[in-house]
Design a protein. Structure first.
Length: 202
C-alpha cells in the first residue's frame, strides 16, 4: 500500500513538473515569436524608408541631367515616367501583410531602378557630362541611397529568415500556428544585384 502511494505521488510530481516545463516553454516561445515579428516589421519599415529616400532625392538628379543639352531625351523621359508611378504609390500602405501591395511596390521600384541605370549608362558615354561637378555630386548621392537600400534589405532578410525559421519548425511552429503567425516574404536579388524580388511564402 505504501509503495503504491509513493508511486502515485511520484507520478503526480513528475506530471506537475512536466506541465510546468511545457507551460514555461510555451510562454517563452510565444514571447520569442512576438519579439522576432516585431524586429522583422521594424526592419521592413527601414526598407520602405530607404526606397522613399531615393524617390525624394530623384528630382535633384533629374533636374541636373536635364540641364545637359547634348543628353538623349528618351532615357530621361523613361525615367520621368517610372518616377511618376512611384510618387503616385502610397508607400504607407505597403506592409508584409499585404502581398499584392508589396509586390506592386517592389515592381515599381525595380522599374525605376532599370530606367535610372539605363540613363546612367547613357551618361557614362558622354565624357563632357559624367566628369562635371554637378553630375558627380548627384551620382554620389544616388550611390549612397542605393547602398542604404541594399543594407536595409540585408538587415530585413536576416530578421525575416530568423523569424521564418522559428515559426516554420516543430515544435515552435505549433505555437505559431495557434497564434496565427506564419512565414513572412523576403527579398532575393537578380543576377545584376539591383532588382530585388519578393519571395512569397503562401
Amino acid at each position: 500500500m505504501k509503495g503504491w502511494f509513493v508511486g502515485l505521488l511520484l507520478a503526480i510530481v513528475i506530471g506537475v513538473f512536466g506541465i510546468t516545463v511545457i507551460s514555461v516553454w510555451t510562454v517563452a516561445t510565444h514571447a520569442r515569436i512576438l519579439t522576432l515579428e516585431e524586429r522583422t516589421e521594424d526592419t521592413f519599415v527601414t526598407v520602405v524608408t530607404a526606397y522613399q529616400k531615393r524617390i525624394d532625392g530623384l528630382p535633384r538628379f533629374i533636374q541636373t541631367v536635364r540641364s545637359f543639352p547634348t543628353l538623349e531625351k528618351e532615357p530621361i523621359a523613361a525615367l520621368l515616367e517610372a518616377y511618376a508611378k512611384t510618387t503616385n504609390a502610397d508607400a504607407g500602405a505597403v506592409t508584409l501583410g499585404k502581398p499584392m501591395s508589396l509586390r506592386d511596390f517592389i515592381m515599381e521600384q525595380n522599374a525605376l531602378s532599370f530606367s535610372l541605370y539605363r540613363l546612367i549608362t547613357v551618361i557614362e558615354r558622354h565624357l563632357e557630362i559624367k566628369k562635371t561637378e554637378p553630375y558627380l555630386i548627384v551620382r554620389a548621392e544616388l550611390r549612397a541611397q542605393d547602398e542604404q537600400i541594399a543594407a536595409a534589405i540585408t538587415r530585413f532578410n536576416t530578421e525575416a529568415i530568423e523569424y521564418n525559421n522559428r515559426v516554420g519548425r516543430i515544435p515552435s511552429g505549433i505555437i505559431a500556428g495557434f497564434m496565427g503567425k506564419f512565414k513572412k516574404p523576403y527579398f532575393e536579388f537578380g543576377k545584376d544585384q539591383k532588382a530585388p524580388v519578393i519571395v512569397r511564402l503562401d
